[in-house]
Structures are given as C-alpha cells and as structure tokens.
Write a protein that binds this ligand. Structure first.
Ligand code: NGQ
Ligand code: ZN
Length: 425
C-alpha cells in the first residue's frame, strides 16, 4: 500500500511531526506519527465548495466601468449572461479544464460545481439533457480533481414565481426535466441538489428539491445582495435566511452560499442548523456583495472560488481574514493561528461536499505540500505573504496531479483556453 512520510502534517487537531499516511484505494487507511525519514509539510487538500467553472472565461473582462457609470453585481450579471449565451459544450469543457487545473495548482483538491448552464443557446435541451454536465465531468477527470456535481434548478427570474428572462433560457427546467437532468448527472459523478436561489425556485419547488436531495448535499445561493433581501422582505415579510430556516429542513447537508446579509439572529440560526456557510471571499469582494460576519459566526464554514476571477485557496483565506480585520479593526480574527483558519475551512468544505474531511483515516488521500521548516510560519506565509500559490505538490485520492507547482496539462490547456477566450470575448 502506497505511503507518504512527511516531516510535518496538519491533522485535524493540529501539527504533528514525522507522520506516515498509508493509502488504500485513494483513501487514507492509516496515520502514524513518529516515523522518521519524512520531508516537507503536508496539509489536507482544500475543498472548493462553490464554483461556476465557465465564468473563468470572463476573468479580467468585466473590470471596466460600463456605460451607466453605476456598475454593480447586476450589471456584472448582464455581462456574465452574455458569455453564458455563447458557450458551446466544447467551450464549457475547455473553460472548466482550465479552471480545475488552476484549482489544483492553487491547493483545491475537490470542487462542488454549481452548474446551471444546461441547455443549447436557444434554450432547448441537448439530445442528452446532461451534455454540459458530462463536459464538466470530463474536465474534472482530465484535470484530476474530485468533483461534486450540483445540477442547478432554475425556473424563475424573481420571487413569486416570476417568469424567467429570455437571457436565462439556457438555465431553465421544470421539476420533471430537472429529475432527468439529475439522473444524468448522477451517472457521471457524485451529485447533490441545488435550487439556485429563493429568487429562482418557488416554495413548493424548494420542497420537492429538498425531498429529492434526501441526505445528499443541498446548496443554495442566499442573501448575497441587499436587493435580494429587500425583495424577500417584500414578498414574504422575512429576510432570506430567516425565511429559509423557518420553511426548509436546513441541516448539516446544506450549504448556504454567501449568506452575506444576515442579522445576528439569522447567523445564530444558521450555526444551530448545522449547515455550512459557503463563503466566496474573492468573488464577494469582486462583486461588491458585502461582508459576512464570519468572525462572530460559530457555525461551520468553508471557501469557494465562485466566479473564478482568481483561483487560490490561500488567497481566499487571506481575503476572508482581511475582510474581518477591516470591518472590525482587529487582527487574527478568524482563528488563533493559520492552522486553525485552514483546518476550519477544510472541515467545513468537506462537510459541504459530503466528504470525510481533513487528514484523517477514511478521508480521501488528497493533500498538498508546502516548502519550509517551521510549518506554522510556512502556512501563514502561504496565506498572507505568497506572491503566487505556495503549494508545491498536490495529490488527489492518492494520485499526484501537481509537481513543483505545475500541472502537467497546464500549458496545453492554457493555449486552448486563450484561443477560446479570444474567439468569444
Ligand atoms: C450565478 N453568481 O449564479 O452565477 C450568480 C449570479 C444570480 C453569484 N451570485 C446570478 N455570485 O445570482 O442571479
Ligand atoms: Zn454562485
């Protein structure tokens, strides 16, 4: 059975020295400490709990002010929809391959792909309703990242079952067509359920999706923008998270993505539910969403690269911690040490993906290494001081996918990706 000996390893209870990890069938079968001869610093691979892989194709192409002079999340969304209307299945595979390779080079070893670009540009389903999902699965397999597919249910443009916009036509399903899509996804990869948001699914639809999910991961965007909070208040008399906690069986298999605008009572309710707060700090900053009160949050949380404008687990943690420092005027807000920060995100991320988390027996043999002698300093530098991802080597389920910072397919994938972007943008 293959085994790995590390000079230092970050286990769920902190740093240990001279650690041997024995791997069987891609899973950690045994962990022993006090085994000499090891080198390097090992961390659990970081799960990426929220990605829209195709949006990698617009990174850097939406950073200039539009004609209104009042750019916002909603004007960004118009640009994003324009891209979404133009992507072919091949383009999807190219963009996702690029995104997944960057995730691995940036320390993410698993990804929950929140996938809603289902249909052909005219809105008709492809001959295989899971065509786009199959492209995502192919990209994940080529890159070597562990995938959770989250086929998204999207049916309405706003609260109250509003009819979808024409530019949303590639996303739209009925509960019946969604059930077929879900089945096709489940044939490709582990699959959860994802009502896009309270804007896009009505209460009865949400109930049906909750039943379909059972114990599988259920992810939903919530309370990212103040306009959504206002619309929810106007429609239901409650704020989005309060409404959800009152009307849905929110539990440990749920991931509430963003949850940016919450009252202390809503945050306490989320924590008590056992759900994971799905924080996407770089995207939330990029889109001007606001700041989740993470430093006061007592529940589980993890990180997602969401719009994929920049893909790096360390930089997500940095942005998260810095947002709390800026908002609260303090330091070391999220945890006492970088190890505490990292392990919290790794545990919450694994929970959101329905995986056993951390460097622990029974978890995926997915880990990343850092260079250095003192592990805590090396990790703090990877989060706060690195000018590029500090990750050196990466293994996913026992297979090495990145060596010395490089994925073997990186340059070929990048060339195809650049061609595609030049054609589209
Ligand atoms: C998405 N992204 O589904 O890609 C959304 C924008 C929406 C973020 N929320 C669309 N960051 O929320 O309506
Ligand atoms: Zn999202």
């Amino acid at each position: 059975m293959p085994n790995f000996i590390f000079r230092h390893a970050l286990l769920p209870d902190g740093w240990h020295e001279n650690v041997r990890l024995s791997v069987e069938g891609g899973v950690i079968a045994r962990i022993e400490a006090g085994v000499p001869g090891g080198a390097g610093i090992a961390l659990p691979g970081m799960p990426n709990l929220h990605s829209h892989a195709f949006q990698r194709a617009m990174a850097g192409h939406a950073e200039r002010r539009g004609p209104s002079g009042r750019d916002s999340f909603w004007t960004w969304r118009e640009l994003m929809y324009r891209l979404a209307l133009n992507l072919s299945p091949e383009d999807m595979e190219i963009a996702a391959t690029q995104a997944f390779i960057e995730m691995l080079e940036g320390g993410f070893t698993a990804v929950a792909e929140f996938h809603y670009l289902h249909h052909a540009p005219d809105g008709a389903p492809y001959a295989d309703i899971g065509e786009m999902a199959a492209r995502l699965a192919a990209a994940a397999a080529a890159a070597g990242i562990e995938l959770l597919l989250l086929p998204v249910f999207y049916a309405h443009a706003g609260f109250g079952g509003a009819a979808p916009l024409p530019e949303q036509r590639r996303f739209i399903n009925t509960l019946e067509s969604y059930a077929r899509l879900h089945e096709r996804c489940a044939a490709q990869a582990p699959t959860g359920v994802a009502p896009h948001s309270l804007r896009a699914a009505t209460p009865p639809e949400l109930e049906a999706l909750t039943a379909l999910a059972g114990a599988r991961p259920l992810h939903i965007h919530i309370a990212e923008q103040t306009a959504e909070v206002e619309a929810c208040l106007a429609w239901t008399g409650q704020r989005p998270v309060a409404w959800l906690l009152d009307h849905a069986p929110v539990g440990r298999n749920w991931c509430l993505v963003h949850a940016t605008h919450v009252t202390p009572e809503e945050a306490a309710g989320m924590a008590a539910s056992g759900a994971v707060a799905g924080l996407c700090p770089i995207t939330e900053a990029n889109l001007g969403d606001g700041i989740f009160p993470a430093a006061q949050f007592s529940g589980a949380w993890g990180i997602g690269s969401d719009s994929n404008v920049l893909i790096d687990a360390g930089r997500e943690l940095q942005m998260l911690e810095y947002s709390q420092r800026l908002a609260r005027r303090g330091r070391n807000m999220m945890a006492a040490t970088a190890a505490g920060l990292y392990n919290a995100a790794a545990a919450g991320g694994a929970q959101a993906l329905g995986l056993a988390g951390g460097l622990a027996v029974g978890a995926s043999a997915s880990f990343v290494t850092l260079a250095g002698d003192d592990p805590e300093t090396a990790l703090a530098q990877a989060v706060f001081c690195a000018r590029a991802p500090a990750v050196r080597d990466v293994w996913v389920r026992g297979r090495q996918v990145v060596a010395d910072g490089w994925h073997p397919l990186a340059s070929a994938a990048r060339a195809r990706f650049d061609d595609m972007v030049n054609r589209l943008v």
